[in-house]
Every structure is written in structure tokens, then in C-alpha cells.
Design a protein around this ligand. Structure first.
Ligand code: RP5
Length: 167
């Protein structure tokens, strides 16, 4: 659930079909209590919505944009073309090419317009949110403490030895 206080992170995606992947970013943002907003913004189907969103993002108080898209995944790159805010790109796994198309579309930006590209799929969405948290934590000690705690709990949750499941 997106928070009602002024959002610091904008999560955008090219289609409703990306939500199953991108919801993993929202899970982390909720856990770390980071105010955020979630929108469908398509580089191809709603180009004016994208231009408005990216051009107004900084003025509305956003600090980081997480953009997920699949296939000809131009959303993160075109978003970065309109704003100097950090843009974190999440390649959504496509049905036909398993997300390699998405990955290459997002990662191969021309020099001068950066997109921080994450892994394909839910791991990328999760890490995009953690990276957004790290960026915001540079100027937010309370968030920094929550992030440190999250990482410590993750470390503590890893068992020393494997167990056999389903026996
Ligand atoms: C991209 O096309 C979207 O980001 C999505 O990953 C992909 C397919 O979109 P749908 O046809 O499922 O709406 O723009």
C-alpha cells in the first residue's frame, strides 16, 4: 500500500502485467517505511503521461524513480531523459525472451543519460527498492538504522546447514 505522506520514491511500470514483478519493490518500501507512489506509465502507450511524470517528479518531491518494463523496455531510459533524478531500471521477465530483451533495452544507455540497471525479475525489483533506500538513507539517519536492521535480520535468517524439505 502506497503511503499518504509526500512520496520520496516513485515506482512506475509500463503495464499492469509488470505489477507481479514490481510489487516486490513496494514490499521493501513498505517494510522500510519509505513514502512512495505507484503508477502505470508506458513509454509507448502513454508517452505524454511519461513526459509529465518525469519532468515534474523532482518538483513534486520525489528523490528516486524505480522504473520497471519488459520487452522493448524503453521506460527507464526515456524517464532518465526527462529528469536528473536517479532512475533505477528493473527488467521485467518477458514471455518470449525471458527478460534478456528487457535487460539489454534498459542497460545499454548512451553515455550521458544513466539508468542504474538491476537484475531481471523480482530480485531486481527488490534490489531497486533497497538501492533507493540506500540513496535516501545517506541523508536520513532513521532510515539508515532501519536499513541496517533489515540487513542484519536477513543475515541472521540464513541457516548454517541445509535441511531436506518435503520428506
Ligand atoms: C511493456 O510491454 C511493459 O512494460 C510490459 O512488460 C510489456 C507487455 O505489456 P502488456 O502487453 O502485458 O501490457 O511495455
Amino acid at each position: 500500500m502506497a503511503t499518504t505522506t509526500s512520496p520520496r520514491v516513485g515506482v512506475i511500470m509500463g503495464s499492469q502485467s509488470d505489477w507481479e514483478t514490481m510489487r516486490h519493490a513496494q514490499d521493501i518500501l513498505n517494510t522500510l517505511e519509505i513514502p512512495h507512489e505507484v503508477s502505470i506509465v508506458s513509454a509507448h502507450r502513454t508517452p505524454d503521461r511519461l513526459a509529465d511524470y518525469a519532468r515534474n517528479a523532482a518538483g513534486r518531491g520525489l528523490s528516486v524513480i524505480i522504473a520497471g518494463a519488459g520487452g522493448a523496455a524503453h521506460l527507464p531510459g526515456m524517464c532518465a531523459a526527462w529528469t536528473c533524478l536517479p532512475v533505477l531500471g528493473v527488467p521485467v521477465e518477458s514471455r518470449t525472451l525471458k527478460g534478456m530483451d528487457s535487460l539489454l533495452s534498459i542497460v545499454q544507455m548512451p553515455g550521458g543519460v544513466p539508468v542504474g540497471t538491476l537484475a531481471i525479475g523480482s530480485a531486481g525489483a527488490k534490489n531497486a527498492a533497497l538501492l533507493a533506500a540506500s540513496i535516501l538513507a545517506l541523508q536520513d539517519p532513521a532510515l539508515s538504522a532501519r536499513l541496517e536492521t533489515w540487513r542484519a535480520l536477513q543475515t541472521a535468517s540464513v541457516a548454517n546447514t541445509p535441511v531436506t524439505e518435503n520428506e
